[in-house]
Design a protein around this ligand. Structure first.
Ligand SMILES: Nc1ncnc2c1ncn2[C@@H]1O[C@H](COP(=O)(O)OP(=O)(O)O)[C@@H](O)[C@H]1O
Ligand SMILES: [Mg+2]
Length: 346
Protein backbone atom coordinates (compact mmCIF):
# COMPACT_ATOMS: atom_id res chain seq x y z
CA UNK A 1 0.00 0.00 0.00
CA UNK A 2 0.98 3.57 -0.64
CA UNK A 3 2.58 5.44 2.27
CA UNK A 4 -0.33 7.09 4.10
CA UNK A 5 -0.60 10.86 4.10
CA UNK A 6 -2.59 10.83 7.34
CA UNK A 7 -2.47 8.09 9.95
CA UNK A 8 -4.40 8.29 13.21
CA UNK A 9 -3.89 5.50 15.65
CA UNK A 10 -6.19 5.10 18.63
CA UNK A 11 -6.78 8.85 18.97
CA UNK A 12 -8.40 9.96 22.19
CA UNK A 13 -9.50 13.48 23.02
CA UNK A 14 -10.97 14.35 26.38
CA UNK A 15 -12.18 17.86 27.08
CA UNK A 16 -12.26 18.87 30.72
CA UNK A 17 -14.29 21.84 31.81
CA UNK A 18 -14.49 22.28 35.59
CA UNK A 19 -15.30 18.73 36.73
CA UNK A 20 -17.01 17.67 33.56
CA UNK A 21 -15.15 15.40 31.18
CA UNK A 22 -16.31 14.91 27.61
CA UNK A 23 -14.74 12.14 25.58
CA UNK A 24 -14.85 13.62 22.08
CA UNK A 25 -12.68 10.96 20.42
CA UNK A 26 -12.38 7.48 21.84
CA UNK A 27 -9.81 5.42 20.02
CA UNK A 28 -10.23 6.66 16.48
CA UNK A 29 -8.19 5.02 13.72
CA UNK A 30 -7.94 6.56 10.25
CA UNK A 31 -5.67 6.20 7.26
CA UNK A 32 -5.80 8.61 4.31
CA UNK A 33 -3.62 8.19 1.23
CA UNK A 34 -2.02 11.14 -0.56
CA UNK A 35 -4.40 12.94 -2.87
CA UNK A 36 -7.50 11.35 -1.46
CA UNK A 37 -10.82 13.22 -1.55
CA UNK A 38 -12.69 12.01 1.48
CA UNK A 39 -15.96 12.78 3.22
CA UNK A 40 -16.54 12.52 6.96
CA UNK A 41 -20.10 12.24 8.21
CA UNK A 42 -21.63 11.60 11.62
CA UNK A 43 -24.21 12.96 14.02
CA UNK A 44 -23.68 16.27 15.76
CA UNK A 45 -21.31 15.88 18.69
CA UNK A 46 -19.66 12.73 17.32
CA UNK A 47 -16.19 14.29 17.21
CA UNK A 48 -15.85 15.44 13.59
CA UNK A 49 -14.65 18.96 14.36
CA UNK A 50 -12.38 17.67 17.11
CA UNK A 51 -10.68 15.42 14.55
CA UNK A 52 -10.33 18.31 12.07
CA UNK A 53 -8.80 20.54 14.73
CA UNK A 54 -6.26 17.88 15.65
CA UNK A 55 -5.33 17.17 12.02
CA UNK A 56 -5.01 20.90 11.41
CA UNK A 57 -2.69 21.42 14.37
CA UNK A 58 -5.21 23.62 16.22
CA UNK A 59 -5.53 21.18 19.08
CA UNK A 60 -3.65 18.21 20.50
CA UNK A 61 -5.06 14.77 21.30
CA UNK A 62 -5.12 13.45 24.89
CA UNK A 63 -3.72 10.08 23.80
CA UNK A 64 -2.92 8.12 20.65
CA UNK A 65 -0.73 8.93 17.66
CA UNK A 66 -1.21 11.10 14.63
CA UNK A 67 1.04 11.57 11.60
CA UNK A 68 0.48 13.91 8.70
CA UNK A 69 2.81 13.91 5.72
CA UNK A 70 5.44 11.95 7.63
CA UNK A 71 5.39 14.28 10.64
CA UNK A 72 4.41 13.13 14.12
CA UNK A 73 2.13 15.93 15.33
CA UNK A 74 2.50 14.87 18.96
CA UNK A 75 6.24 15.30 18.93
CA UNK A 76 6.08 18.87 17.63
CA UNK A 77 6.77 21.85 19.82
CA UNK A 78 4.12 24.57 19.85
CA UNK A 79 6.21 26.65 17.45
CA UNK A 80 6.56 23.71 15.06
CA UNK A 81 2.86 23.02 15.25
CA UNK A 82 2.10 26.66 14.38
CA UNK A 83 4.44 26.47 11.43
CA UNK A 84 2.87 23.18 10.34
CA UNK A 85 -0.59 24.73 10.49
CA UNK A 86 0.37 27.81 8.50
CA UNK A 87 2.37 26.08 5.81
CA UNK A 88 0.68 22.71 5.31
CA UNK A 89 -2.99 23.14 6.09
CA UNK A 90 -5.84 25.10 4.56
CA UNK A 91 -9.12 25.43 6.44
CA UNK A 92 -12.62 26.09 5.21
CA UNK A 93 -15.20 26.59 7.96
CA UNK A 94 -18.96 26.47 7.90
CA UNK A 95 -19.39 30.13 8.87
CA UNK A 96 -18.27 32.41 6.08
CA UNK A 97 -17.38 35.05 8.68
CA UNK A 98 -14.69 32.77 10.05
CA UNK A 99 -13.09 32.38 6.62
CA UNK A 100 -13.25 35.85 5.17
CA UNK A 101 -12.97 39.56 5.89
CA UNK A 102 -16.31 41.09 4.82
CA UNK A 103 -15.11 44.55 3.73
CA UNK A 104 -12.36 43.22 1.46
CA UNK A 105 -12.80 42.08 -2.13
CA UNK A 106 -12.37 38.47 -3.22
CA UNK A 107 -8.88 39.26 -4.45
CA UNK A 108 -7.87 41.07 -1.25
CA UNK A 109 -9.17 38.20 0.85
CA UNK A 110 -6.98 35.73 -1.02
CA UNK A 111 -3.98 38.09 -0.83
CA UNK A 112 -4.26 38.57 2.91
CA UNK A 113 -2.82 35.23 4.10
CA UNK A 114 0.00 35.58 1.54
CA UNK A 115 0.87 39.01 2.87
CA UNK A 116 0.78 37.69 6.45
CA UNK A 117 3.08 34.83 5.51
CA UNK A 118 5.44 37.30 3.84
CA UNK A 119 5.18 35.71 0.44
CA UNK A 120 5.40 38.60 -2.01
CA UNK A 121 6.73 38.23 -5.54
CA UNK A 122 4.37 36.10 -7.56
CA UNK A 123 1.44 36.94 -5.33
CA UNK A 124 -0.70 38.60 -8.00
CA UNK A 125 -0.34 35.74 -10.40
CA UNK A 126 -1.18 33.14 -7.78
CA UNK A 127 -4.27 35.04 -6.62
CA UNK A 128 -5.50 35.14 -10.20
CA UNK A 129 -4.82 31.44 -10.60
CA UNK A 130 -6.67 30.53 -7.44
CA UNK A 131 -9.72 32.64 -8.23
CA UNK A 132 -9.70 31.02 -11.64
CA UNK A 133 -9.53 27.59 -10.02
CA UNK A 134 -12.65 28.28 -7.95
CA UNK A 135 -14.32 29.76 -11.01
CA UNK A 136 -14.56 33.31 -9.70
CA UNK A 137 -12.06 35.14 -11.89
CA UNK A 138 -14.64 37.70 -13.00
CA UNK A 139 -15.67 38.45 -9.45
CA UNK A 140 -12.22 39.30 -8.15
CA UNK A 141 -13.12 42.93 -7.41
CA UNK A 142 -16.43 42.15 -5.74
CA UNK A 143 -16.79 42.59 -2.02
CA UNK A 144 -18.28 39.72 -0.07
CA UNK A 145 -21.64 41.46 0.37
CA UNK A 146 -21.93 41.49 -3.42
CA UNK A 147 -21.60 37.72 -3.67
CA UNK A 148 -23.90 34.77 -2.98
CA UNK A 149 -23.28 32.32 -0.13
CA UNK A 150 -21.87 29.74 -2.51
CA UNK A 151 -19.54 32.26 -4.14
CA UNK A 152 -18.34 33.38 -0.72
CA UNK A 153 -17.57 29.79 0.22
CA UNK A 154 -15.61 29.39 -3.01
CA UNK A 155 -13.60 32.49 -2.17
CA UNK A 156 -12.99 30.85 1.21
CA UNK A 157 -11.61 27.79 -0.58
CA UNK A 158 -9.25 30.02 -2.60
CA UNK A 159 -8.15 31.69 0.67
CA UNK A 160 -7.49 28.29 2.22
CA UNK A 161 -5.21 27.48 -0.71
CA UNK A 162 -3.35 30.80 -0.65
CA UNK A 163 -0.29 29.42 1.08
CA UNK A 164 -0.16 26.32 -1.06
CA UNK A 165 -1.09 23.74 1.58
CA UNK A 166 -0.87 19.99 1.08
CA UNK A 167 -3.95 19.29 3.16
CA UNK A 168 -7.35 20.93 2.81
CA UNK A 169 -9.75 20.54 5.74
CA UNK A 170 -13.32 21.69 5.29
CA UNK A 171 -15.65 21.55 8.30
CA UNK A 172 -19.26 21.53 7.08
CA UNK A 173 -18.55 23.93 4.20
CA UNK A 174 -22.03 23.30 2.79
CA UNK A 175 -23.84 23.57 6.13
CA UNK A 176 -25.33 26.97 5.42
CA UNK A 177 -26.14 26.75 1.70
CA UNK A 178 -28.88 25.15 -0.39
CA UNK A 179 -28.32 21.89 -2.25
CA UNK A 180 -27.64 23.47 -5.67
CA UNK A 181 -24.98 25.69 -4.12
CA UNK A 182 -23.57 22.71 -2.23
CA UNK A 183 -23.17 20.96 -5.57
CA UNK A 184 -21.06 23.84 -6.94
CA UNK A 185 -18.90 23.74 -3.80
CA UNK A 186 -18.36 19.98 -4.09
CA UNK A 187 -17.46 20.46 -7.76
CA UNK A 188 -14.84 23.01 -6.74
CA UNK A 189 -13.31 20.59 -4.24
CA UNK A 190 -13.30 17.85 -6.87
CA UNK A 191 -11.57 20.04 -9.42
CA UNK A 192 -8.91 21.25 -6.97
CA UNK A 193 -8.31 17.73 -5.79
CA UNK A 194 -7.79 16.61 -9.37
CA UNK A 195 -5.70 19.58 -10.51
CA UNK A 196 -3.50 20.08 -7.48
CA UNK A 197 -3.53 16.56 -6.03
CA UNK A 198 -4.59 18.17 -2.78
CA UNK A 199 -5.52 15.72 -0.02
CA UNK A 200 -8.99 16.89 0.98
CA UNK A 201 -11.21 16.02 3.94
CA UNK A 202 -14.76 17.35 3.90
CA UNK A 203 -16.97 17.10 6.96
CA UNK A 204 -20.63 17.08 6.09
CA UNK A 205 -24.08 16.47 7.51
CA UNK A 206 -25.18 15.37 4.10
CA UNK A 207 -25.06 11.59 3.47
CA UNK A 208 -25.35 12.43 -0.25
CA UNK A 209 -21.71 13.51 -0.14
CA UNK A 210 -20.81 9.92 -1.09
CA UNK A 211 -21.60 10.81 -4.71
CA UNK A 212 -18.94 13.52 -4.75
CA UNK A 213 -15.95 11.90 -3.05
CA UNK A 214 -13.98 8.66 -3.32
CA UNK A 215 -14.78 7.46 0.16
CA UNK A 216 -16.92 8.46 3.13
CA UNK A 217 -16.19 7.49 6.71
CA UNK A 218 -18.86 7.78 9.37
CA UNK A 219 -17.89 8.73 12.90
CA UNK A 220 -20.05 7.65 15.79
CA UNK A 221 -19.25 8.34 19.44
CA UNK A 222 -15.73 9.46 18.68
CA UNK A 223 -14.63 6.53 16.54
CA UNK A 224 -14.99 5.28 13.00
CA UNK A 225 -18.10 3.18 12.57
CA UNK A 226 -18.63 2.62 8.85
CA UNK A 227 -17.04 3.46 5.57
CA UNK A 228 -18.69 3.85 2.19
CA UNK A 229 -16.55 3.22 -0.85
CA UNK A 230 -17.62 4.22 -4.32
CA UNK A 231 -16.84 1.92 -7.18
CA UNK A 232 -17.37 2.95 -10.78
CA UNK A 233 -18.25 0.09 -13.08
CA UNK A 234 -18.73 0.09 -16.82
CA UNK A 235 -22.33 -0.34 -17.86
CA UNK A 236 -22.17 -0.64 -21.66
CA UNK A 237 -24.64 -3.24 -22.88
CA UNK A 238 -25.24 -3.50 -26.60
CA UNK A 239 -22.40 -3.50 -29.09
CA UNK A 240 -21.35 -0.05 -30.23
CA UNK A 241 -23.27 1.57 -27.42
CA UNK A 242 -21.46 4.24 -25.48
CA UNK A 243 -19.96 2.74 -22.34
CA UNK A 244 -21.60 4.33 -19.37
CA UNK A 245 -20.17 4.38 -15.90
CA UNK A 246 -22.35 3.52 -12.99
CA UNK A 247 -21.51 4.07 -9.35
CA UNK A 248 -21.89 1.28 -6.87
CA UNK A 249 -21.59 2.08 -3.18
CA UNK A 250 -20.22 -0.47 -0.75
CA UNK A 251 -20.93 0.18 2.90
CA UNK A 252 -18.24 -1.36 5.08
CA UNK A 253 -18.08 -1.69 8.85
CA UNK A 254 -14.81 -0.52 10.38
CA UNK A 255 -12.83 -3.04 12.39
CA UNK A 256 -10.64 -1.19 14.89
CA UNK A 257 -7.08 -2.06 15.82
CA UNK A 258 -8.31 -4.11 18.79
CA UNK A 259 -10.57 -6.23 16.54
CA UNK A 260 -13.81 -4.55 17.66
CA UNK A 261 -16.56 -3.68 15.22
CA UNK A 262 -19.87 -1.93 15.54
CA UNK A 263 -22.72 -3.99 14.14
CA UNK A 264 -25.57 -1.80 12.83
CA UNK A 265 -28.42 -1.59 15.34
CA UNK A 266 -31.06 -2.61 12.77
CA UNK A 267 -29.22 -5.87 12.11
CA UNK A 268 -29.03 -6.68 15.81
CA UNK A 269 -32.69 -5.90 16.33
CA UNK A 270 -33.74 -7.99 13.37
CA UNK A 271 -32.22 -11.10 14.92
CA UNK A 272 -32.82 -10.18 18.57
CA UNK A 273 -29.10 -10.20 19.21
CA UNK A 274 -27.83 -8.68 22.43
CA UNK A 275 -25.29 -9.28 25.15
CA UNK A 276 -23.51 -12.31 23.67
CA UNK A 277 -23.26 -13.69 20.15
CA UNK A 278 -22.07 -16.88 18.51
CA UNK A 279 -19.27 -16.58 15.98
CA UNK A 280 -18.91 -19.35 13.45
CA UNK A 281 -16.46 -19.73 10.64
CA UNK A 282 -18.31 -20.33 7.40
CA UNK A 283 -16.94 -20.84 3.94
CA UNK A 284 -16.11 -17.23 3.11
CA UNK A 285 -16.36 -15.37 6.36
CA UNK A 286 -17.56 -15.21 9.91
CA UNK A 287 -21.20 -15.62 10.81
CA UNK A 288 -22.60 -13.71 13.78
CA UNK A 289 -25.74 -15.29 15.16
CA UNK A 290 -27.81 -15.10 18.35
CA UNK A 291 -26.93 -17.49 21.12
CA UNK A 292 -29.42 -20.41 21.18
CA UNK A 293 -31.56 -20.55 24.38
CA UNK A 294 -30.05 -23.83 25.54
CA UNK A 295 -26.49 -22.51 25.36
CA UNK A 296 -27.51 -19.19 26.88
CA UNK A 297 -29.03 -20.84 29.94
CA UNK A 298 -26.06 -23.08 30.48
CA UNK A 299 -23.56 -20.24 30.13
CA UNK A 300 -25.42 -18.15 32.69
CA UNK A 301 -25.90 -21.05 35.10
CA UNK A 302 -22.17 -21.60 35.22
CA UNK A 303 -21.61 -17.92 35.89
CA UNK A 304 -24.30 -17.81 38.57
CA UNK A 305 -23.08 -20.86 40.45
CA UNK A 306 -19.60 -19.40 40.60
CA UNK A 307 -20.95 -16.15 41.96
CA UNK A 308 -23.16 -17.82 44.54
CA UNK A 309 -20.48 -20.11 45.92
CA UNK A 310 -18.03 -17.24 46.16
CA UNK A 311 -20.56 -15.19 48.03
CA UNK A 312 -21.30 -18.11 50.35
CA UNK A 313 -17.62 -18.46 51.05
CA UNK A 314 -17.83 -15.03 52.53
CA UNK A 315 -20.99 -16.05 54.38
CA UNK A 316 -23.24 -13.72 52.42
CA UNK A 317 -25.62 -16.60 51.80
CA UNK A 318 -26.03 -15.79 48.16
CA UNK A 319 -27.98 -12.61 48.80
CA UNK A 320 -25.30 -10.27 47.63
CA UNK A 321 -24.70 -12.38 44.58
CA UNK A 322 -28.37 -12.13 43.82
CA UNK A 323 -28.29 -8.37 44.14
CA UNK A 324 -25.32 -8.21 41.83
CA UNK A 325 -27.02 -10.42 39.33
CA UNK A 326 -30.21 -8.41 39.29
CA UNK A 327 -28.46 -5.82 37.17
CA UNK A 328 -27.40 -8.50 34.72
CA UNK A 329 -30.98 -8.95 33.53
CA UNK A 330 -34.11 -11.00 34.08
CA UNK A 331 -32.93 -14.31 32.77
CA UNK A 332 -29.97 -14.44 35.11
CA UNK A 333 -32.05 -13.26 38.05
CA UNK A 334 -34.48 -16.10 37.48
CA UNK A 335 -31.64 -18.53 37.45
CA UNK A 336 -30.20 -17.11 40.62
CA UNK A 337 -33.46 -17.45 42.49
CA UNK A 338 -33.85 -21.00 41.20
CA UNK A 339 -30.39 -21.77 42.47
CA UNK A 340 -31.10 -20.20 45.80
CA UNK A 341 -34.29 -22.18 46.17
CA UNK A 342 -32.38 -25.35 45.38
CA UNK A 343 -29.73 -24.54 47.95
CA UNK A 344 -32.39 -23.55 50.50
CA UNK A 345 -34.10 -26.92 50.12
CA UNK A 346 -30.87 -28.74 50.78
N1 LIG B 1 -13.56 22.98 23.30
C1 LIG B 1 -14.38 22.08 23.83
N2 LIG B 1 -14.55 22.00 25.16
C2 LIG B 1 -15.35 21.08 25.71
N3 LIG B 1 -16.05 20.17 25.03
C3 LIG B 1 -15.94 20.19 23.70
C4 LIG B 1 -15.10 21.14 23.02
N4 LIG B 1 -15.19 20.92 21.69
C5 LIG B 1 -16.04 19.89 21.54
N5 LIG B 1 -16.48 19.44 22.72
C6 LIG B 1 -17.39 18.30 22.95
O1 LIG B 1 -16.83 17.17 22.30
C7 LIG B 1 -17.84 16.41 21.62
C8 LIG B 1 -17.50 16.34 20.14
O2 LIG B 1 -17.63 17.64 19.59
P1 LIG B 1 -17.33 18.00 18.07
O3 LIG B 1 -16.01 17.44 17.69
O4 LIG B 1 -17.51 19.46 17.93
O5 LIG B 1 -18.48 17.20 17.33
P2 LIG B 1 -19.09 17.40 15.84
O6 LIG B 1 -18.20 18.31 15.09
O7 LIG B 1 -19.12 16.00 15.29
O8 LIG B 1 -20.46 17.94 16.02
C9 LIG B 1 -19.14 17.11 21.94
O9 LIG B 1 -19.73 16.44 23.01
C10 LIG B 1 -18.73 18.51 22.30
O10 LIG B 1 -19.65 19.06 23.20
MG1 LIG C 1 -18.59 20.17 14.16
Amino acid sequence: MEEPFIACDNLVKIYKIANLETVALQGLDLVVVPGELMGIVGPSGSGKSTLMNILGGLDRPSAGRVWVDGQDLLKMSNADLNRYRRSKVGFVWQQVSRNLVPYLTAQENVELPMTLAGSGGKKRQRVGELLEAVDLAERRHHRLAQMSGGEQQRVAIAVALANDPKLLLADEPTGEVDSATALAIYDTFKRLNREYGLTTLIVSHDPGIARHVNRVVAIQDGKMATETVRQSVANGEAEGELEEEEDIFHELVVLDSAGRLRVPKEYLEQFGIKGRVMLDLVEDGILISPVPESVQARASEHYVSEMVSEAEGQRWRGLRALALLRSAGERVTDLASRLRERKGRR
